[in-house]
Design a protein around this ligand. Structure first.
Ligand code: FPP
Length: 243
């Protein structure tokens, strides 16, 4: 079965999962963290090379401040408590997103996690934190404009490859499979450029219910898809015969 090299996940539905159990929203975020830990292990065990998760979007600052504070504390506690285990398991941890608005304590722990795990090669976990796809494209444009202004780059040389190389995800291949839980079928300003050719998988399961078996269903869905990248089926067959 063909395995996706890179999976990107919008971990949606923690709030609805709590509501269905007559519990406060933070109960769902705590359960969501447990789900995330299991899925990281499961993805690494299956040989996935890159796993990107949307942990906090730029728009999420608009939530009630008690929920934002809870999430910030949860991230900080999780980073301090769980980074050792990720490291022992050979996981490299990287963060993408705008660090400007993020609390100094959290930034420091993010940097420490990145440097502790930098030589791990079993799987790379990319945590999108204070991230927005439009922000990413915007910051790439700024970098390119600065290079043009400094005569380090000619405007005529700006092509797709060059833009990809200035996104916060420049170091990694684009996701092959996008998963969103909890029934919504939106990208919500996640990896807009990078998801151009990803297979899109949606499930009604809420994130705290998304387990190893659910991950396998998503991977099986991916394996059943024919990725044509703009070509037709017959061309793909010819390519395979000559491979
Ligand atoms: C979406 O559910 C979830 C979030 C906005 C936060 C994601 C956070 C976690 C899974 C916790 C652990 C993560 C890390 C990196 C420590 P929602 O609140 O939007 O649910 P709803 O749409 O049902 O309200």
């Amino acid at each position: 079965m063909e395995l996706p090299q890179h999976i990107a996940i919008v971990m949606d539905g923690n709030g609805r999962w709590s509501k269905a159990r007559a519990k406060p929203r933070h109960f769902g975020h705590k359960a969501g963290l447990e789900s995330l830990k299991k899925i990281i292990e499961a993805a690494a065990k299956r040989g996935i090379s890159y796993l990107t998760v949307f942990a906090f979007g730029m728009e999420n600052w608009l939530r009630p401040s008690a929920e934002v504070n809870y999430l910030m504390n949860l991230f900080l506690t999780a980073l301090r408590r769980d980074i050792g285990r990720l490291h022992e398991n050979g996981i490299r941890v990287q963060f993408i997103g705008d660090r400007q608005q993020v609390h100094a304590d959290l930034i420091q722990n993010m940097q420490e996690a990145e440097s502790l795990t930098r030589d791990n090669s079993r799987m790379t976990l990319i945590v999108a934190f204070n991230y927005s796809g439009r922000w990413d494209i915007g910051q790439a444009c700024q970098l390119l404009a600065e290079k043009v202004a400094a005569n380090k780059l000619s405007a005529a040389d700006i092509n797709e490859e060059c833009i990809s190389q200035h996104l916060s995800t420049a170091a990694w291949p684009d996701p092959d499979l996008f998963i969103r839980t909890s029934g919504e079928q939106r990208l919500s300003n996640f990896l807009l450029w990078q998801l151009s050719y990803a297979e899109l998988y949606f499930t009604n399961k809420h994130w705290p219910e998304f387990d190893e078996a659910e991950l396998d269903k998503a991977i099986a869905f991916y394996a059943s898809r024919e990725r044509r990248f703009g070509k037709i089926s017959e061309q793909l067959l010819i390519g395979a015969e000559h491979a």
